[in-house]
Design a binder for this molecule. Sequence first.
Ligand code: FMN
Length: 209
Amino acid sequence: MELKEAILNRRSIRKFQDRDVSQTQVEELLKLASWAPSANNYQMWFFYAVHSKEVKEKISSAIEKKLQEILSWPEVEPLKERLAGLKRYAQYTREAPWLIVFCLEETRSSFEELLIKKGLDRERLERWRPHAGLQSVSAAIQNFLLAAHAEGLGTVWMVGPLFAVEEMESILGVPSGRRIVALVPLGYPAESPAPKLRKAPEDTWKFIL
Ligand SMILES: Cc1cc2nc3c(=O)[nH]c(=O)nc-3n(C[C@H](O)[C@H](O)[C@H](O)COP(=O)(O)O)c2cc1C
């Protein structure tokens, strides 16, 4: 598949066939994810590839349970109906044959250490080094999504279910210093959604010639 075609035709897939994907295939996709660029080439990502039905079920139940708790907050009342729809996340994590959990290993470059030593406040530090780690993991996620699509597989990049991140980190035994930043269910697509509209390109750029 041409790269341009893969970029244009990839869609977020939220319904999956009851058809398995081999571990070898997932390993191949994760290897391609790890060829993403990363700040200082620190490769500050870590991937949990979950196939175990039991673990996926634990994660899905944790999402449902936490959502129930959130829905009981009085502050949620105006958003209750909309938020109740988020229980569908548990369906994606349960039904896809694989759930890939993308993590960020918290690292600091020697330049960042120096800036901290120099007493640069958090806000300036963030402006000078805007989420370099998260940008790197995001590049790996996008590689993964495109590589999966090129193999006829479907994915959806999700941060919504991270309201249950503490529970998921405990289920997976994620050590301190490593943070879950996204979940990506993976499987053969059971839907072919229409493309979502994009902004007019000229509204998203400015050429300075
Ligand atoms: C950082 C990020 C977080 C996202 N989180 C969710 C999510 O929690 N749930 C969901 O259904 N889709 C999520 N998406 C998918 C977007 O809704 C989707 O990419 C967008 O609507 C465009 O559709 P397309 O991917 O089919 O082109 C997320 C995408 C990104 C990049």
